[in-house]
Design a binder for this molecule. Structure first.
Ligand SMILES: *Cc1c(COP(=O)(O)O)cnc(C)c1O
Length: 355
């Protein structure tokens, strides 16, 4: 596939934001990647080009029936000032799994990977230098055909946009408080919980808003059928260190297969920990805490990498984990993943690629 590159005119380049107050997803870079799909033709008109608005027909199918999928990954500035990506082709492969589930066309992984690198290279001055700050990369696909019949669209837009984001924990780890909801559910096997499709996030907002009103930053989701088995926390996978065993729920169809989750499983197994992917109920977690065996809980995801959990609330029972402090394993995993990502630690798994 031929990728055109059209650079923004020098006098139209944006003023870059202050690296110390980036927040998340506020400032888009100068360029974007776009390609179009038409049934019978395939992907075409691929271009790295100046960031600009789209023109969409108000009847575009994504606006009505939500055929929309996305990914999230990051570019890091290494200690050597070079720019790196972490397991980027895993994100593109997962995007194709999402596409298949949503009856959307697959993307050509090699060509899109090439485009992604071209885009990040062009926007390289946007990759922050501040400690822990990164460039967040958002590949997205939406149905663009105009029409109100419910069926797969025959036209799509695929695009990648980038934004510099600040360190998730600028003042060091601050363990989060999470609210276990038994009122709302996120996903059920057979549904779309195991793919990154926009509707999952729209459906989760109400539970998050209600939890935030009660002073909790995230929601812990239980399974939709028995409302006992732990699934995920917010938009992260979740791990429990109980005694000497590290436990995370298995990928049974309602959980998003996180790349950070996979990396944590790999590291901890290689460190010789006892690691289990198995179903675990909220009652088992509370019982382990009663017995003093619940040592750590943490979430995993690209945005925060590791997010230690300091407190959970289930049916008004408050359970404090590790005195509300960051556990040793959470800290070690965060340090090691960040060190691999910025090149200060060896990368025996070949996870990091230079742009
Ligand atoms: C993206 C996401 C994750 C984390 O995936 P990573 O690949 O580790 O970033 C976990 N759960 C949900 C629901 C997600 O959307």
């Amino acid at each position: 596939m031929d990728i055109r590159v059209k650079k923004e005119a020098p006098d139209l380049l944006k003023t870059k934001p202050d690296e110390n107050s980036l927040g998340f997803g506020q400032h888009m870079t100068d360029h974007m990647f776009v390609m179009l799909y038409d049934e019978g033709i395939g992907w075409h008109d691929a271009a790295v080009q100046p960031y600009e608005n789209f023109s969409l027909d108000p009847a575009a199918m994504v606006l009505h029936y939500g055929q929309a999928i996305f990914e999230g990954l990051k570019a890091y500035r290494g200690n050597d000032d070079k720019i790196y990506l972490f397991r980027p082709t895993e994100n593109l492969k997962r995007m194709n799994a999402s596409a298949a589930r949503m009856c959307m066309p697959e993307i050509p992984v090699d060509a899109v990977y090439d485009a992604l690198k071209k885009l990040v290279a062009l926007d390289k001055d946007w990759v922050p230098r501040a400690d822990g700050a990164t460039l967040y990369i958002r590949p997205t696909m939406v149905a663009s055909e105009a029409g109100l019949g419910v069926r797969p669209s025959r036209q799509y837009i695929f695009f990648i946009i980038n934004c510099p984001v600040g360190a998730y924990y600028p003042e060091g780890f601050n363990p989060v408080k999470i609210f276990v909801t038994d009122k709302y559910v996120r996903a059920v096997a057979g549904g779309v919980g195991n793919v990154k499709t926009a509707g999952n996030y729209a459906a989760s907002i109400m539970a998050a808003v209600e939890a935030q009103k009660l002073g909790y930053t995230q929601v812990l989701w239980l399974d939709a059928i028995e409302r006992r088995y732990i699934e995920e926390v917010g938009t992260m996978n979740i791990f429990f260190l109980i005694g000497d065993e590290l436990i995370t729920p298995p990928l049974t169809g309602s959980i998003l297969p996180g790349i950070t989750r996979d990396s944590v499983l790999r590291l901890t197994k290689d460190w010789g920990l006892k690691v289990s992917e198995k179903r675990i109920t909220i009652d088992e977690v509370l019982a382990a805490n009663e017995k003093g065996n619940l040592r750590e809980i943490f979430g995993t995801g690209t945005a925060a990498v590791i997010s230690p959990v300091g407190e959970i609330n289930y049916k008004d029972q408050i359970c404090t984990i590790n005195n509300g402090k960051t556990g040793e394993l959470s800290q070690k995993l965060f340090d090691e993943l960040q060190a691999i990502q910025n090149g200060s630690s060896a990368d025996p798994y070949g996870w990091v690629v230079e742009v």
